[in-house]
Write a protein that binds this ligand. Structure first.
Ligand code: MET
Ligand SMILES: [Zn+2]
Length: 771
């Protein structure tokens, strides 16, 4: 390329897609339900894209290509899949008569069909966002199969905004892919790079023809240690960006590398012809002078504003980082460390929070302001002096604010000894639990929540508005608990749950009932597809003023002779799904939460609860992307779980639940949790996990999920029997539990009942075959 257009001085890596009032969620779900048609869905999507462009422009992203084109109907990895023709053959022909993977094909891949499970879903780096895993084999027929990225650019352009189209980069795309069903053993998706690159080149050429000046190719896989040897990744990066930058007609290329430091791949990217390289200069350190020298001639897009958490930026600290980059003589632009898709839109919406707390925060819109200020600083340091001083003053006042440090919490933590982290040997506990529980082989249970019906949500909304009394609300929840308990009795479950109707969200519920947290009203963040969560804000030392779950659990237990599980959310998950204070190590915060849970467990036991589940679905999520940092993380995270649970009596059965399939990665840590029973996701990955369990010799109870609750599909009895048949071949039957992959709160009652009925019937079938 001759005459590279200037990269905008201020930019964002990405922006929330779901809409300030979750307009996209509503439109997409209405489309699935058949209440709006494709044209109406498109109109809603266009309105969101234009509202975003207008907003970002008004907030100061006024230069061409400053506004990221990061809208997505469901997921950015699925977007790439449908643009490059990578629909797996197992779905049959999904291309329409024009040869395109249209919106129907798109949602088929995301949600599955009666015959086909959807693409597997897994965590996006160290975030709570989930992407759909591509399945690539020798048979994958790569070709441009969607023009949506071009149409979205054109839509913005026609309305006066030159955006910067976004695509997951080719190396990351293939590294995140798994081998298709049809691929031979040992097949590596990265081996298809040469076939993928011309398709990316064609998309770049179409974007250039439409007038795009810059494109953003996102390569976060380059900041994470991979199973593929580094030399292979280096070669793939070098080759990809050689091919893509030698295309005749193309926009200038920004490669973004969020979620951590690039480390050994920085020189490789520096040697390519890409015009701009984004580095995560918030989480990652500023590269050394030698590395920076390699970047001469490129724009360095410095991600100094954290896109992944909500604290106001320490502008003085960011300015110092920018100074280091400028001192190396580089052309520096300012951006966020990651897409701001991980944070809510706007602090100003949260008028119920104290002005003090609000002054400590920056959501996506405030981050735009920070980026714009810092970009001005790069041009003229004096221009930002006032803003920098103000940010420093706010950060200092936060450190001294009431509730941030509570002496009694700190004293209790300081007094802990190793005994507080250890239970009796498993053999002792196992015997005591056999006595207290008398369970059949292959005990059946569910993960906790039952469908959250519109009646339940409506009752909560009315109670929050004061339209019904607290007593009326409690009664409605108790009625619901009774329905759920009766249903489980009728279905024949062995260990029951109360269904969690009183919980809006498994983390927020505890945040609302513990000191040290605050919750937002509009702070929705996309978790996967149309699903959003509203992370709480953990800003101070954590204490529990009174029992939280005991009344509900005791009521549920009073309705049945079967054991009722007490249900708690573990410390790591509470941290991972909240916006956590950044002023002390995570391990300290986790232990504060653990002590509150430990007290709750003691109260549950005193109320007669014999099985207590402490969910840790996010244990894998916070795992550092670099192997060197993983042992320290696993140490504090496992210890916080042990601190929470080690006060339980031998006869109390402690369960934990983790919902993802890459179990092998953290199996030692899961063992370290020392839970008596562990339930995990396995249905979508068709029980692959039992191989890991077998090779590891996992010795305690385990329930690999047999019902994928992420889709409305009902698994048949034969399908569940087959999964269980596979499980008993690899895991001793006496350790095996039968349960769904996860909680049922997002499902409807009809499909849930049918699925659970099949689950129990299949269990009886397999039990009968055990000798
Ligand atoms: C994301 S893990 C969910 C566990 C929780 N107990 C539930 O069933 O909803
Ligand atoms: Zn789960």
């Amino acid at each position: 390329m001759s005459n590279t257009p200037a990269f905008p001085a201020a930019s964002l890596l990405g922006y929330p897609r779901i809409g300030r009032r979750r307009e996209l969620k509503k439109a997409v779900e209405a489309f699935w339900a058949g209440t709006i048609d494709e044209a109406a869905l498109d109109t809603a999507a266009q309105e969101i894209q234009l509202a975003t462009a207008r907003r970002l422009f008004d907030l100061g992203l006024t230069e061409a290509a400053a506004i990221p084109g990061t809208f997505s109907f469901y997921d950015q990895v699925l977007d790439a899949t449908t643009h490059i023709g990578a629909a797996p053959a197992r779905f049959g022909e999904l291309r329409n008569s024009a040869g395109e993977l249209d919106i129907n094909a798109y949602f088929t891949l995301a949600r599955g069909t009666v015959e086909q499970q959807p693409l597997e879903m897994t965590k996006w780096f160290d975030t709570n966002y989930h992407y759909l895993v591509p399945e690539i084999g020798p048979e994958t027929n790569f070709a441009v199969t969607s023009n949506r990225i071009v149409e979205q650019f054109e839509l913005a352009k026609a309305n006066g905004f030159t955006t910067r189209p976004y695509l997951v980069g080719p190396v990351t795309y293939l590294l995140l892919s798994k081998a298709s069903d049809d691929a031979p053993a040992g097949f590596s998706p990265l081996s298809r790079l040469e076939d993928v690159l011309p398709v990316y080149a064609e998309l770049l050429s179409r974007l250039a023809a439409a007038g795009a000046t810059w494109v953003q190719l996102d390569e976060p896989a380059l900041v994470a240690d991979q199973d593929v040897p580094v030399a292979e990744i280096e070669a793939a990066v070098a080759r990809s960006y050689e091919v893509l930058t030698s295309a005749a007609q193309r926009p200038a290329v920004l490669v973004s590398t969020p979620y951590g430091a690039l480390a050994e791949l920085l020189p490789t990217l520096a040697a390519t012809g890409v015009e701009a390289l984004h580095i995560d200069a918030f989480k990652g350190a500023v590269p050394s002078a030698e590395e920076l020298a390699l970047l001469a001639g490129k724009t360095v897009v410095a991600g100094v504003v954290d896109g992944h958490n909500i604290w106001r930026n320490d502008l003085a600290e960011s300015a110092a980082r920018l100074d280091a980059l400028k001192a190396a003589g580089l052309d520096v632009a300012v951006s966020t460390s990651t897409s701001t898709q991980h944070v809510p839109h706007d602090v100003d919406e949260e008028t119920q929070l104290s002005a003090e707390l609000r002054s400590w925060l920056a959501f996506a819109d405030q981050k735009v302001g920070e980026v714009v200020t810092l970009a001005a600083y790069v041009g003229d340091p004096a221009s930002a002096a006032g803003a920098i001083a103000e940010a420093s003053a706010v950060i200092a006042s936060r450190a001294a604010a009431a509730g941030v440090k509570r002496p009694e919490v700190r004293a209790r933590l300081a007094a802990l000894t190793t005994a507080d982290f250890n239970r009796s040997d498993y053999a002792v506990r196992e015997a005591a639990q056999e006595q207290s529980l008398h369970l059949p082989p292959l005990p059946t249970t569910t993960i906790g929540s039952f469908p959250q019906t519109s009646e339940i949500r409506g009752a909560r909304a009315r109670a929050n508005k004061g339209a019904i009394t607290g007593e009326a609300y409690t009664q409605l929840m108790k009625d619901e608990i009774k329905r759920v308990v009766d249903l489980q009795e009728e279905l024949g479950f062995d260990v029951l749950v109360h269904g969690e109707p009183e919980r809006n969200d498994m983390v927020q519920y505890f945040a609302e009932n513990l000191e040290g947290f605050d919750v937002t009203v509009h702070g929705w963040v996309q978790s996967y597809g149309s699903r959003c969560t509203r992370p709480s804000i953990l800003w101070g030392d954590v204490t529990r003023e009174q029992a939280i779950t005991v009344e509900w659990a005791a009521f549920a237990q009073s309705l049945t002779q079967k054991p009722m599980k007490g249900m708690l959310t573990g410390p790591v998950t509470i941290l991972a799904w909240s916006f956590v204070r950044d002023d002390q190590p995570l391990g300290e915060t986790a232990n504060q939460v653990a002590l509150a849970l430990r007290d709750e467990i003691a109260d549950l036991e005193a109320a007669g609860i014999k099985v207590i589940q402490v969910d840790e679905p996010a244990l894998r999520e916070l795992l550092p992307l670099r192997r060197a940092a993983q042992p320290a993380y696993l140490d504090w995270s496992v210890n916080s779980f042990r601190l929470a649970t080690a006060g339980a009596a031998d006869g109390t059965q402690v369960h934990t639940h983790l919902c993802y399939s890459e179990f092998g990665v953290v199996i030692d840590a899961i063992d370290g949790l020392d839970a008596d029973v562990t339930s995990i996701e396995a249905a979508r990955s068709r029980m692959e996990v039992v191989n890991d369990l077998e090779s590891h010799g996992f010795g305690r109870g385990v329930g690999p999920g047999v019902y994928d609750i992420h889709s409305p599909r009902v698994p048949g009895q034969a399908e569940v029997s087959e999964l269980l048949g596979k499980a008993v071949k690899h895991v001793p039957a006496r350790q095996l539990w039968v349960n769904p992959d996860c909680g049922l709160k997002t499902r409807g009652y009809a499909e849930t009942e049918e699925s659970l009925r099949n689950l129990v019937a299949a269990t009886k079938e397999v039990r009968a075959q055990l000798v």
